[in-house]
Design a protein around this ligand. Structure first.
Ligand code: NAP
Length: 274
């Protein structure tokens, strides 16, 4: 059975979450937007940050439709000043910050001879530098509070070669995993946990609109989706809700003894490449 929006709970009641890259690149449910709704469903206040304010507002509307609360913020996760302003505004509004979900991620197909160096640098900035930028803002707050949870979003592409050159994405998504592992070690004494969710092939608006163009000659989203589904041992792409459930678990006190590790949500995909 495919996961959908979970039943309401109080697992995250009283917690304030920042979902960085919480919008969606198109209509429907991205991973970040599903995470916003899921975290709200479990009682968290959700601060949705995205590069586009309309996108953040759309995810916030989903939170509010569930009876949740939060704010919509516009910032480029790779911009230290914009992120500082965003975190300051969260602290001014709510006075605490318990969960950072680092969800923003971009990529471009190509190997070392194809990729434009400007693209390489931008992917590095959005996928990796953003983690340094956000964590140096939230870690002192979490340390002062006596704890917190960071959930980074990597990809199976950070663990395996998936059959086509996607070098900047592969390398930066691997770095996401190592980043969380290192933070976990350094900050464990302060009650701060850091883990990574590793999604496989997930059915999101970006996949439908962008990945379809990249992987099929005619940009047919249905054909691209079916081709992606065939790669997965379970025979289907994952839903954003299935990733969001893993994020909510790692962000919650139910995962209180889990830090510095990866939770792979991929329908068995990476087992094929082991
Ligand atoms: P998505 O719809 O593109 O969601 C990411 C959101 O982050 C979008 O709203 C995007 O805005 C925003 N964003 C991008 N760059 C940003 C920046 N510099 N500052 C602030 N916000 C920014 O993609 P998704 O498919 O849900 O993927 C979400 C995450 O999961 C990504 O890290 C992705 O790499 C990872 N992932 C996805 C899959 C999959 O199959 N979908 C698999 C493995 C991992 P714009 O729309 O304006 O770019």
């Amino acid at each position: 059975m495919q996961a959908r929006l979970p039943a309401a709970s109080t697992r995250l009641a009283g917690k304030v979450a920042l979902v960085a890259g919480g919008g969606s690149s198109g209509p429907g449910w991205s991973i970040g937007k599903a995470c916003c709704a899921t975290l709200a469903r479990h009682g968290a206040t959700v601060c949705v940050l995205d590069a586009r304010l309309d996108s953040a507002r759309d995810a916030l509307a989903a939170v509010q439709a569930l009876g949740g609360k939060g704010v919509a913020l516009q910032a480029d996760v790779a911009d230290p000043q914009a992120m500082q302003d965003a975190v300051q505004s969260i602290m001014a509004e709510y006075g605490r910050l318990d969960i950072l979900q680092a969800n923003a991620g971009i990529g471009k197909v190509g190997g070392p001879e194809d990729i434009d160096l400007a693209d390489w640098e931008r992917i590095q900035k959005v996928n990796v530098d953003s983690l340094v930028i956000a964590s140096r803002l939230v870690l002192p707050i979490m340390r002062e509070q006596g704890g917190g949870a960071i959930v980074a979003v990597s990809s199976v592409a950070g663990l395996r070669y998936l059959g086509y050159p996607h070098l900047a994405y592969n390398v930066t998504k691997a770095a996401v995993i190592q980043f969380a592992r290192m933070i976990a070690q350094q900050y464990a004494p302060y009650g701060i946990r850091a883990n990574t969710v590793v999604p496989g092939l997930i059915d999101t608006p970006r996949v439908r609109h962008t990945v379809a163009r990249m992987f099929t000659a005619d940009g047919d989203a249905e054909k691209a989706g079916a081709a992606r589904a065939r790669q997965v041992p379970m025979g289907r792409m994952g839903t954003p809700w299935e990733v969001a459930n893993a994020v909510a678990f790692l962000a919650s006190d139910e995962a209180a003894y889990i830090t510095g590790t990866e939770l792979v949500v991929d329908g068995g995909l990476i087992g094929k490449y082991a």
